[in-house]
Design a protein around this ligand. Structure first.
Ligand code: C2E
Ligand code: CA
Ligand code: CA
Ligand code: CA
Length: 282
């Protein structure tokens, strides 16, 4: 009936209003956390040789704010983007990562890499490459130690502005990786337009590798990405490795690097440092 329809609309409206209110609250909490310096980083180790050798770490943002309790970066980062706060957060994460690296830079093994996530919004910000360069200069960080992770879905086809920007970042010596690879639509022919060093296989594809399953379609995305990577001579990180079946399959398939709860959870800096760089105190 007509009144049913009206009720439904009213219900729907109020649920949208609730969502907006909730988003506003989170945005306000993010703003407060910036002002109160309630963001910090965890470092998630990345390994090679079937998980035996540490080769790097990804910095992941965390908040100690009461108001953001239980709300992870997958929720608050998109809201920070929408409310115009992401540039502040990106600079905060980059600065904090550089500060931490400077504590151990001299004891890092060759080819160690720290990965940093940054917003696709920076791909429209022409001063971003220089900001990055001047921050690494001021903390005396060797740019080749840094890999910037950009999600594959944020790339727009044949976007000359972004290609130029990424090339400028590369020209300073930083590395570039495509995050959540396989979830976007980067055509093979386009991949070579982007100056990419590494592909990160999205964890959903790694989770498709099931124990005891012979089904080829479980593994097909992983296989496609690995062949693509060898064709373009880029490295591959498999993310979300949670069990031995997944690790064994990836190792047999010549995947370069692994990251996941099987090997290590994200760690507080002090724990990361004392676990892997015990004798490196300045
Ligand atoms: P991401 O860049 O894909 O980061 C990997 C996420 O997968 C992390 O979640 C990590 O803890 C999780 N993960 C890795 N291995 C496993 C596993 O084996 N099992 C499970 N269950 N999870 C695993 P986290 O830290 O919650 O980050 C979520 C997303 O938030 C990130 O996805 C990234 O898009 C964003 N993010 C995190 N930190 C930052 C940051 O500093 N800046 C920006 N711009 N975005 C960030
Ligand atoms: Ca990432
Ligand atoms: Ca990812
Ligand atoms: Ca499956």
């Amino acid at each position: 009936s007509k009144s049913d329809g009206k009720n439904r609309i009213t219900f729907f409206d109020s649920s949208i209003a609730e969502k907006v209110a909730k988003k506003n609250n989170i945005a306000e909490a993010v703003n407060d956390a910036i002002l109160n310096q309630e963001f910090y980083l965890n470092f998630m180790p990345i390994f090679k040789d079937s998980g035996k050798t540490l080769v790097g770490a990804e910095s992941l943002i965390r908040s100690s704010s009461e108001k953001l309790k239980g709300i992870g970066p997958d929720i608050f980062i998109p809201i920070a983007e929408e409310y115009g706060m992401i540039h502040t957060i990106d600079l905060l994460v980059i600065t904090e990562t550089f500060k931490k690296i400077s504590e151990i830079q001299h004891s890092l093994p060759d080819e160690f890499v720290f990965s940093i996530n940054f917003s696709a919004k920076e791909l429209r910000n022409e001063s971003f490459p220089e900001e990055l360069k001047s921050l690494s200069d001021s903390f005396k960080i060797t740019p080749s130690l840094i890999e910037l992770e950009i999600t594959e879905t944020s790339l727009v086809s044949h976007d000359t502005f972004t290609i130029k920007l990424l090339n400028e970042i590369k020209s300073y010596g930083f590395r570039i990786s495509l995050d959540d690879f396989g979830t976007g639509y980067t055509a093979f022919s386009q991949l070579k337009l982007y100056p990419v060093d590494t592909l990160k296989i999205d964890r959903s594809f790694v989770w498709d590798i099931d124990a005891g399953s012979d089904a080829q379609d479980d593994k097909i995305m992983v296989d496609v990405i690995l062949s693509l990577a060898s064709l373009f001579q880029v490295k591959v990180v498999a993310e979300g490795v949670e069990n031995q079946t997944q690790l064994d399959y990836l190792a047999r398939s010549q995947c370069d690097y692994y990251q996941g709860y099987l090997l290590s959870k994200p760690l507080h800096w002090e724990v990361f440092k004392s676990t892997y760089f015990r004798d490196s105190e300045k």
